[in-house]
Design a protein around this ligand. Structure first.
Ligand code: UDP
Ligand code: MG
Length: 318
């Protein structure tokens, strides 16, 4: 398996992995075979173990012993997929960097097409999901709402996009060194960057073995981060609601004043209750929205690192 090692390979494949011991070896072998077909021996695979509790990292270390182009980074705990992806991008040395999931839901058979598009001049090759047959109705509905909300309000197209991408070295340099934000949404950032983009379309393969590694809360957190880091529209909606309430308030106040002047009793206990409840909830929701932005600013100001590396194998840190 071992061939002459190029310190700057043509392609680096970055694979974030969290408790993927069931299939990581198969994924690495499939990706390695396909890359060998495309660029001969000139590749590296970096698996970023995102604080797994199983032997994912040990398996990567064993494979690395057999072929030093297979490399591993173990993070100190579970930082989430965004942190793991960034760790891989920061350590990748290739002229182009491929990002894909460890569970083969991003089918490696599409890699040659992506490399061909990059060789033809594309700086970013996005793999777009053609179907979501594996998702439940709830997951499809949630993905539809979140993606359309981000695309509509944030002005960047993330509909059906995935983290399966091939990025030119200059794009990775921008992501790693010029986008210092702590709240990251990889899919959105790669669309925001611009440059020459190209697309391939794929059907999401069935996840083999166990279940998705995302919990409902981690998905919700990602959706909020994605929305907040690309748009201030929710804050403008709060302002708009404030103006709307003011206009309605003037209307109701004029009516009350008119009734008073004409010595009519101002109708009202129920109206007051409804107004207080409605306005109260508007205010609470608005505070919540503003609070989300403040919390994100607080995280940015703390500027903690996106990830911490505990161990690595095959990575040259000089
Ligand atoms: N993953 C990760 N850290 C996490 C959750 C997921 O590195 O905290 C990895 C996981 O091992 C997989 C990829 O991210 O390689 C996508 O995760 P998953 O397949 O669970 O998500 P889905 O397919 O539902 O998007
Ligand atoms: Mg998956």
């Amino acid at each position: 398996m071992n061939e002459t090692i190029n310190p700057r390979p043509v392609i680096s494949a970055v694979i974030p992995a969290y408790n993927e011991s069931q299939g990581i070896e198969t994924t690495i072998k499939q990706v390695a075979d396909i890359l060998t077909g495309c660029v001969n021996g000139d590749w590296e695979i970096i698996v970023v173990d995102d604080g797994s509790n199983d032997d994912t990292y040990q398996q990567v270390c064993a494979l690395s012993q057999l072929d030093t182009r297979i490399k591993g980074i173990a993070l100190s705990r579970n930082f989430g997929k965004e942190g793991a992806l960034l760790a891989g991008l920061a350590h990748a040395t290739g002229a182009a960097i491929l990002t894909l999931d460890a569970d083969r839901q991003h089918p490696p058979i599409f890699i040659p097409d992506m490399i061909a598009k990059w060789q033809a001049g594309a700086d970013i090759v996005h793999a777009v999901k053609r179907s979501r047959t594996q998702d439940s109705v709830g997951q499809k509905a949630a993905a539809y709402c979140v993606n359309h909300l981000i695309s509509g309000l944030g002005g960047i197209d993330v509909k059906n996009s995935s983290d399966f991408k091939l990025l030119d070295r200059k794009i990775v340099n921008i992501i790693v060194y010029q986008l210092p934000e702590k709240q990251r949404f990889f899919r959105g950032l790669t669309s925001w960057i611009g440059f020459n983009e190209d697309y391939i379309y794929f059907d999401v393969a069935e996840r083999e073995g166990d279940e998705s590694k995302w919990s409902f809360l981690s998905l919700l957190e990602l959706a909020i981060t994605a929305l907040i880091s690309f748009t201030c529209a929710p804050l403008r909606i709060v302002t708009f609601l404030g103006v709307l309430t003011l206009v309605l308030g003037f209307g109701v106040a004029s009516e009350a004043l008119w009734s008073l002047i004409n010595n009519q009793t101002v109708s009202g206990y129920n109206t007051i209750i409804i107004c207080v409840l409605l306005l109260g909830s508007f205010i609470m929701i608005s505070l919540g929205i503003i609070g989300e932005y403040v919390a994100k600013i607080y995280d940015e100001v703390k500027a903690r690192p996106h990830y911490l590396v505990k161990n690595s194998v095959g990575i040259d840190d000089n």
